[in-house]
Design a protein around this ligand. Structure first.
Ligand code: NAD
Ligand code: WQD
Length: 331
């Protein structure tokens, strides 16, 4: 089966390409390389000893997208391509709405035109807003505080409406919690441009000596130790979740949380990193980061019940694998 993976040269997409190739799928990647590297795809091939097809295109470009659909017999689409920096989305809303929402519409339209009925979408736990924890798929979505989150909520609604009008179309909306870590080989992983916004890449860069110390954003939240709690999920568990979601896809819209169901505080993550890798991570407590919420984690029971999927790798494995990648990574 041929799967079109948009954003396959990026962080989660590249790990999912590995999982798909290992599961026997053929992979066609469409990526404009705005935040991905062709070199990563070479590493995917090296890791799996399998080939894949790569198109350097923008997936908001319907002519370019249609060219791929007309050249290949595509059986399903996994749509990762998107911009994901929350702060940047506040400064450049049009760029975010255009990139993340138009791409979803262009791809869905191509699917309908070419009779492709399987569509897996990268959504985010951010669509739950400030709901009560644990977040469960049946909750009403609350407004998010930034355009990035809105692009995910809008894409979910657009895909849901398309299914209502086209009952043969099958969509899986996967709401990721906090993806971290890297492939066990250390060959592919997360390599953000500039100073990282997210906790784990910040920690690995402090451990490497690229950054002096971690700023812990607040220790006065109502949590186990006052620092923010999140549901970190190993990127390979997430990647495998996509393969399972694709395998199980049936008509209609299916929403799944992909998380572990376990909350970990910032200081617990720092301690786990130090324990896993025997390296100190200097930190200081600073003010809360505006827009952060105290704590969120998944109710992960639906994916287990319906897909038979649960995350297998623990926080120590996430820290070990994230560090193995960072240690070897050369910009
Ligand atoms: P990433 O930036 O590493 O990967 C995204 C890839 O998409 C990049 O390779 C980029 O070059 C490509 N891309 C972006 N816009 C494109 C376009 N218009 N046409 C073609 N290619 C384009 O990000 P990631 O962390 O791998 O995230 C993948 C998806 O998962 C995104 O949709 C993101 O919003 C979503 N997501 C990520 C997280 C997270 O914390 N990493 C959490 C929840 C959801
Ligand atoms: C985790 C915890 C911070 C950095 C973001 C997006 C979300 C999703 C995942 C895409 C929080 C604390 C962080 C630092 C810190 N992305 N922290 N010092 O904010 O949960 O989610 O990425 O969909 O939409 O908002 O992740 O890694 O930034 O923060 O203390 O230098 O670490 O306050 O408690 P977040 P994060």
């Amino acid at each position: 089966m041929n799967i079109l993976v948009t954003g396959g040269a990026g962080y989660i997409g590249s790990h999912t390409c590995v999982a798909l190739l290992e599961a026997g799928y053929s992979v066609i990647v469409a990526d404009n390389l705005c935040n991905g590297k062709e070199e990563t795809l070479n590493k995917v091939k090296q890791l799996t000893n399998k080939d894949l097809t790569f198109y350097e295109i923008d997936v908001t470009d319907d002519i370019a997208v249609n060219t791929i659909f007309s050249k290949h017999e595509i059986d399903g689409v996994i749509h990762f391509a998107g911009l994901k920096a929350v702060g940047e989305s506040v400064e450049r809303p049009l760029t975010y709405y255009n990139n993340n929402v138009v791409s979803t519409m262009v791809l869905a339209k191509a699917c309908l035109t070419y009779g492709v009925n399987r569509f897996v979408f990268s959504s985010s736990a951010t669509v739950y807003g400030d709901n009560k924890v644990p977040f469960i798929e049946t909750m009403d979505l609350l407004p998010t505080t930034n355009p990035y989150g809105e692009t995910k909520a809008m894409s979910e609604r657009i895909l849901t409406d398309i299914v209502k009008a086209n009952p043969a179309f099958s969509v899986s909306l996967l709401r990721y919690f906090n993806p971290v870590g890297a492939h066990e080989s250390g060959l592919i992983g997360e390599a953000p441009n500039g100073i990282p916004n997210n906790l784990m890449p910040y920690v690995t860069q402090v451990a490497k000596g690229k950054l002096e110390k971690l700023s812990v954003f607040g220790n006065d939240y109502p949590t186990v130790d006052g620092t923010g709690v999140r549901d970190y999920i190993h990127v390979m568990d997430l990647a495998e979740g996509h393969v399972v979601a694709l395998d199980h896809l049936t008509e209609g819209v299916h929403v799944y949380n992909l998380g572990t169901g376990q909350g970990t505080s910032v200081l617990e993550l720092v301690n786990a990193f130090e324990e896993a890798n025997g390296i100190k991570v200097p930190y200081e407590i600073v003010e809360r980061r505006p827009g952060d919420i105290a704590s969120f984690y998944a109710d992960a029971s639906k994916a287990k019940r319906e897909l038979g999927w649960t995350a297998k790798r623990d926080v120590i494995a996430m820290c070990r694998d994230a560090w193995r990648f960072e240690k070897n990574y050369m910009e």
